[in-house]
Design a protein. Structure first.
Length: 130
């Protein structure tokens, strides 16, 4: 009878541990979703004036993994050609932030990705209707 009790406790413990692992991975996955920037965060990234960087030299941040996340979240269309996606790249005077302007399927509608160059990761995105 004691063995039966320990076996039942082992299965319960295994179930609880498996449940916690599943919850951990679900929560971790949700954190990777692209983040829509607030106006305050966007304005804080524009310190010291912005200068345009040439797109042809590829000296800007590698945004393509983030673009894939935007496409997976249906923020950018999967039909958009990646070769013609980047319209303009701007960098602030302190070289802390980059603003990368991406074209969408609609004319004069853009998605702007703001990148923190110190942390080497995207801060988020926002929509621009010009």
């Amino acid at each position: 009878m004691a063995m039966h009790h320990y076996l039942r406790l082992t299965f319960i413990l295994l179930f609880v541990v498996t449940s916690f692992l599943c919850l951990y991975f679900i929560i971790k996955r949700k954190k990777k979703a692209p983040k829509l920037l607030s106006k305050e965060k966007y304005n804080s990234s524009m310190t010291g004036g912005m200068t345009e960087i040439s797109i042809s030299n590829d000296s800007f941040f590698n945004i393509w993994p983030y673009v894939s996340e935007l496409k997976a979240a249906k923020i950018l269309s999967k039909k958009v050609k990646e070769s013609e996606l980047v319209q303009k790249v701007y960098r602030n005077s302190t070289d802390d932030f980059e603003h990368i302007l991406l074209a969408t399927e609609k004319e004069n509608h853009f998605v702007k990705i703001v990148v923190d160059r110190n942390k080497k990761k995207p801060m988020g995105y926002l929509f621009l209707d010009l």
